[in-house]
Design a protein around this ligand. Structure first.
Ligand SMILES: Cc1cc2nc3c(=O)[nH]c(=O)nc-3n(C[C@H](O)[C@H](O)[C@H](O)COP(=O)(O)OP(=O)(O)OC[C@H]3O[C@@H](n4cnc5c(N)ncnc54)[C@H](O)[C@@H]3O)c2cc1C
Length: 433
């Protein structure tokens, strides 16, 4: 996980130069999948994955950790056990990208030259953009499932809540898993109703700078009904800007229809779950690979081939890429085969024929036995389903899918580059009429 570092440190002196045919920056969901797929096609490839972390997290499991269904250790494996065997793992942090010289620089001063580069270091959590948040996190009622450090604290807060104001916020930037800020809220609401019985004396409130619950209208309308049934108060056009931990107040900018700030409002909290602002990691923002004129700094790639728009030997996928779809592991799963096939085509001087179609999925947990399996075409904003079932519905079977099948699929199939299971059900899949 990347957390922003506001001050830039000086670059280290180069102590060693290495060379690999393919360098993959980031060994998360996207990086491991892509390496596995490349090697399935050609086991002789010389691939290096550069990633400093010795742990690999199944981040979708953090929602379940915050909801008391998983322990944090259920969401983590040793990175060493997941990196494909014939791959070189360089356990180091990339700090500079130099695509003009086909080289990257790491924190310990290693220069890694490459012929092909795949950039997938995930997203950066910009906690510092909310004043008072870094100091407030992890104590006195302030938490976030966006970090392994605090997801267990979310459950501690929910479980022990005695009533009052329970606030859940969505930031004013693109984020990974756009549903996560509200999934935790429905689990909290369920717990307050059925387990702890404090719902009668609790205000559950959702704050978002947006004007709808979800990007796809069909899912958004269904969530509106969920919100109404549960008597959750929704405050649109509210952007969390500061936390006053000493008085337990959350300060919001209030936007008008055109996104101008028109007021500042303050709400007291007893429990505050924050989804932080997010952007591409700083070393991408500060590199020639970044999308020009964007404050977020995503890697500027073609939305179909996933090839960089200016550097032909560079590809990107996953949360760090500029792909205009919802940032999820499910999306990365459909992107990885495209990158693998197109990199191999480029090596063979063939045209890049494989295209990504914008597929993504955000299983929206709406309670302890209900989930909306929100699959959709992120380029058109329309629902999709890998199953012979209408996806625009809360279902028990999808809760089982989310809590048991998907984690297994992640560790045992996705990371190993196995084909997408939904493809086997194609002839009987639900289709929007
Ligand atoms: C609370 C939560 C709930 C979620 N729920 C879902 C869900 O239900 N369904 C779903 O599909 N997705 C979900 N996601 C999103 C999903 O986890 C991400 O979209 C997915 O992990 C993206 O894969 P990635 O490889 O791009 O990034 P990551 O998996 O984050 O991996 C990035 C890797 O890059 C490494 N790295 C970082 N910086 C550097 C550097 N400077 N140099 C080298 N390596 C670096 C990191 O150590 C990490 O291993 C959720 C995420 C969260 C936080």
């Amino acid at each position: 996980m990347v957390t922003s570092t506001p001050q830039q440190s000086p670059l280290p002196a180069i102590s060693k130069t290495l060379h690999h045919q393919i360098a993959i920056v980031g060994g998360g969901a996207a990086g491991i999948m892509t390496a596995s797929l490349l090697l399935k096609n050609n086991s002789a490839l010389d691939i290096a994955i550069i990633d400093p972390s010795d742990k690999h997290y199944y981040q979708p499991g953090w929602t379940l950790t915050g909801g008391g269904v998983f322990q944090l250790q259920d969401t983590v494996r040793n990175q060493r056990d997941l990196i494909p065997q014939s791959t070189t793992w360089i356990q180091d942090r990339v700090i500079q990208l130099d695509p003009d010289n086909q080289a990257i620089l790491t924190q310990t001063g290693h220069k890694i030259e490459y012929e092909y580069l795949i950039v997938c270091p995930g997203i950066q959590l910009d906690w510092h953009l909310i004043q008072g948040l870094p100091e407030a996190l992890g104590k006195n009622g302030v938490t976030s499932n966006y970090s392994a450090d605090y997801a267990p604290y979310t459950w501690e807060l929910i479980r022990n809540f005695q009533g009052g104001n329970a606030l859940f916020t969505f930031p004013n930037t693109p984020i990974k898993c756009g549903g996560a800020p509200q999934k935790v809220m429905y689990m909290a609401d369920d717990t307050f109703r059925s387990k702890s019985g404090v719902r009668q004396r609790t205000n559950v409130q959702f704050f978002s700078p947006l004007t709808q619950m979800f990007a796809v209208p069909e899912y958004s309308a269904l969530l509106d009904r969920v919100i109404e049934e549960r008597e959750i108060e929704v405050k649109f056009r509210h952007n969390l800007k500061a936390i006053k931990a000493e008085t337990q107040e959350a300060l919001f900018d209030l936007y008008d229809d055109r996104g101008n700030i028109v007021d500042e409002v303050s709400y007291p909290y007893d429990l505050l779950h924050v989804a932080p602002p997010q952007s591409a990691p700083d070393f991408i923002k500060n590199s020639p690979l970044a999308l020009p004129h964007s404050p977020y700094g995503w890697v500027d790639v073609d939305r179909y081939t996933l090839q960089h728009n200016r550097y032909r030997n560079v590809f990107s996928l996953g949360d760090a890429s500029s792909l205009p779809t919802s940032k999820t592991a499910a999306a990365a799963r459909k992107q990885a085969p495209v990158v693998a096939e197109n990199v191999l085509a480029l090596i063979d001087s063939k045209p890049l024929l494989r295209h990504y179609d914008g597929y993504t999925c955000c299983p929206l947990i709406t309670g302890y036995d209900k989930t909306i399996m929100a699959e959709f075409d992120g380029y058109r904003g329309t629902p999709l389903s890998s199953f012979p079932l209408n996806p625009v519905k809360e279902r028990w079977i999808m809760w089982k899918m989310k809590t048991t099948v998907l984690p297994w699929v992640y560790w045992h199939r996705m990371l190993k580059g196995e084909p997408f299971e939904g493809d086997y059900l194609k002839p009987i899949q639900w289709k929007k009429r």
